[in-house]
Design a binder for this molecule. Structure first.
Ligand code: SF4
Length: 387
């Protein structure tokens, strides 16, 4: 099949023909891909494309294999509990994707009989499936003439046409240009050839133009602009948000965790009980107001920092050893709390930032009594300053 694709496309005197011929021989061999010229199972395309958003191929490979082993088709995934899916997703970030993945599987089963719809328009109706993913599934799984444009493709097309408008303003133009290149046949292989060209040759820095199959068509190469395009508007600096995270430990080897609300950032994931994350420094009263239990809270030296897409987070961590019979205060929101064995944390739906918080609390020696505070009463003056 690969040879027949190469022979067919060798007759094309176009960037698409050159790219398809190159893809037949030089593509990345990835487990969610079918050989050139063959359609791929829509479930595999969808799963891999959702995982690959904002995540590297290297990070996705083991997780994709694990998901497929555990949930080999969309019906199996639809039967899973959301908690299981979130736990399996933990560490990949952008957890709304995991919630939507689960919801989408249920919709495909309930409304489409367990078969993904084949058109871009229908695919876009599914939870968590945006324009890019719909086009990728339509082209790769169903062989339709659709044009997904991800970051790699955006860069390649901006260079091929020497687009001078900076990103993100140029996005619509780049999409139109990419569509103009898309062939009637083999649109899925063509899209994947652009993805691979961007990943392997037309890289963000120092593109290997000498190896490029479309060099003779490339305006950026001709104009000596390959390394500087695409232009980008300067990004605004991320604001900093701050909060307090409370790590409560019991002598039976458990830690107090709370489920975050289902909607919103890290929705449905577990966290150590925490104060809200705000741009203002945590007020002195935060320690008393948000501590989940009445205990001898000790500040762990240092901060936990984590970068989200739209802000930088700085968490001050407090730790306390509490008794087995300790009652949770109202601030803990007890109905969403549970005590979890520390040894079971590896398989829990804990986002990376909370793994950092717990690691920080467990590894660092708690500070001395000067920074301890009993949250039932007014914190000592020193703590009010530091909190
Ligand atoms: Fe990218 Fe260079 Fe190929 Fe142009 S010639 S598409 S800049 S690798």
């Amino acid at each position: 099949m690969q040879d027949s694709v190469a022979v067919k496309v060798a007759q094309h005197d176009s960037p698409a023909g050159a790219l398809l011929a190159w893809y037949a021989g030089e593509r990345r061999h990835l487990p969610w891909r079918a050989p050139p010229g063959e359609g791929q199972d829509a479930y595999k395309v969808w799963l891999s494309e959702i995982m690959l958003q904002q995540t590297t191929v290297k990070a996705v490979l083991p997780r994709y294999a694990m998901f497929l082993r555990r949930w080999p088709d969309v019906k199996a995934l639809a039967c899973a509990e959301l908690d299981e899916v979130l736990a399996a997703w933990a560490g990949l970030g952008y957890y709304a994707r995991a919630r939507n993945l689960h919801e989408c599987a249920r919709v495909v089963v309930a409304q489409h009989g367990g078969t993904f719809p084949a058109t871009e328009a229908q695919l876009r109706q599914l939870p968590g499936v945006g324009g890019y993913t719909a086009a990728a599934i339509a082209a790769i799984a169903f062989g339709q003439r659709a044009t997904p444009v991800d970051g790699n493709i955006e860069r390649v097309v901006a260079r091929l046409f020497a687009v001078a408008t900076p990103l993100p303003e140029a996005k619509a133009d780049i999409k139109t240009l990419a569509q103009s290149l898309t062939p009637e046949m083999h649109a899925g292989d063509f899209a994947q050839s652009l993805m691979d060209l961007g990943a392997l040759i037309c890289t963000p820095r120092r593109p290997a133009c000498g190896l490029c199959p479309v060099r003779s068509d490339c305006r950026a190469y001709a104009q000596g602009l390959a390394e500087v395009l695409p232009y980008r508007e300067e990004k605004a600096e991320r604001p900093v948000r701050r909060g307090i995270a409370f790590v409560a430990l019991r002598s039976d080897g458990t830690i107090l965790l709370r489920q975050r609300p289902l909607r919103g950032l890290l929705g449905g994931m577990l966290e150590t009980p925490s104060s809200p994350w705000t741009e203002a420094k945590p007020a002195a009263k935060s320690l008393r107001e948000y501590a989940p239990v009445d205990a001898d809270w000790r500040k762990v030296p240092g901060l936990v920092e984590h970068t989200f897409t739209h802000f930088q987070l700085e968490l001050t961590v407090y730790r306390a050893e509490v008794g087995l019979q300790t009652e949770l205060g109202r601030a803990a929101e007890p109905e969403r709390c549970r005590w979890l064995k520390l040894r079971d944390l590896a398989g829990a739906a804990l986002p990376s930032v909370m793994r950092k918080v717990i690691g920080h609390a467990l590894q660092a020696k708690p500070a001395g009594r000067a920074s301890a505070a009993r949250v039932a009463g007014v914190p000592p003056r020193a703590d009010r300053r530091s909190a």
